[in-house]
Ligand binder design. Structure first.
Ligand code: CP
Ligand code: NVA
Length: 299
């Protein structure tokens, strides 16, 4: 079992626990680990839309012998005035774990404070640690040992990027981050990465970031909830698109957490090209989260 009760960000677990979750995920994926969590229930609360997170958790719970419940805020009393703290206390008494996708990270922490069942972050404005688990599993499969991997993050310093920075620091992956100056990762995240192992190299030049990289990772420029910033962000991210010109001299693998906006942060040719590993990455959400759930819940 993991030391932590909750999984609010990737560094709630230690580096050795991260390795254990990834190994368990790989064993579950290969069929070597047949752990079952019979009758376990995962309550899933979504304030934002989702394809991968919703379906991979729901499918994963079914495959483990348990059950997942989809709860939109409008479906439950939360959307009609019941406080988060009361919702958390009640869900935590019914469910074996609660997975939440929310806007405000502070709301996630409030749920964790009041729930006596483990709370798993399925994305907030600040973090997406379940994505990081899948990303690291995919890198290990496609590239190899983390201490020999050079990775580049190109694009927005957003939730997916921030958890990836922390995960790379914990795993010992050599990471360079290229963002426009006004959309950099939070200083606090860079400082946490330094404490965990190694802070990424930070630049505003995508070409510098991808030089020598084995994997190049991007995400949407306009995250859910940022629609009003669209015009301003599109201007700021000029030159940050993963396209054939930027990738002309590299055979690095290309990663994207999806959903992708073809023609914005990545071209259709690159997303569908030989270097892309995005579909394996998406599939690994399922395996990685099963590894996490059994490590959180299994005795
Ligand atoms: N990558 C990811 O979390 O996708 P969804 O928004 O579809 O869940
Ligand atoms: N950064 C994106 C990730 C979606 C999975 C968003 O928050 O919308």
């Amino acid at each position: 079992m993991l030391e932590t009760t909750h999984f609010t960000d990737i560094d709630d677990i230690s580096a050795s626990e991260l390795d254990r979750v990834l190994t368990r995920a790989a064993d579950i994926k290969s069929g070597d680990d047949e752990t079952r969590l019979t009758r376990a229930t995962l309550a899933m609360l979504f304030e934002k839309p989702s394809t991968r997170t919703r379906v991979s958790f729901e499918t994963g719970m079914t495959q483990l012998g348990g059950h997942a419940l989809f709860l939109g805020p409008e479906d439950i009393q939360l959307g009609h005035g019941e406080p988060l703290s009361d919702t958390a206390r009640v869900l935590g008494r019914y469910g074996d774990a609660i997975m939440v996708r929310l806007f405000d990270h502070a709301d996630l922490l409030e749920i964790a404070e009041h729930s006596n069942a483990p709370v798993i972050n399925g994305l907030t404005d600040d973090a997406h640690p379940c994505q990081t688990l899948a990303d690291l599993l995919t890198i290990r499969e496609h590239v190899g040992d983390f201490d020999e991997v050079q990775a580049a993050w190109v694009g927005d310093g957003n939730n997916v990027g921030q958890s990836f920075v922390l995960g790379c620091a914990m795993a010992g992956i050599d990471l360079t981050v290229a963002t426009p100056p006004e959309y950099a990762m939070d200083d606090e995240v860079i400082a946490r990465a330094a404490e965990l192992g190694q802070a990424p190299t930070v630049t505003t030049d995508p070409e510098e970031a991808i030089d020598g990289a084995d994997v190049i990772y991007t995400d949407v420029w306009i995250s859910m909830g940022q629609e009003s910033e669209r015009h301003q962000k599109l201007q700021a991210f000029e030159g940050f698109q993963l396209n054939e010109e930027l990738l002309a001299d590299t055979d690095a693998k290309v990663m994207h957490c999806l959903p992708a906006h073809r023609g914005e942060e990545i071209t259709g040719d690159v997303l569908e090209g030989d270097q892309s590993i995005v579909w394996d990455q998406a599939e690994n959400r399922l395996h990685a989260q099963k590894g996490l759930i059994v490590e959180l819940l299994d005795e």
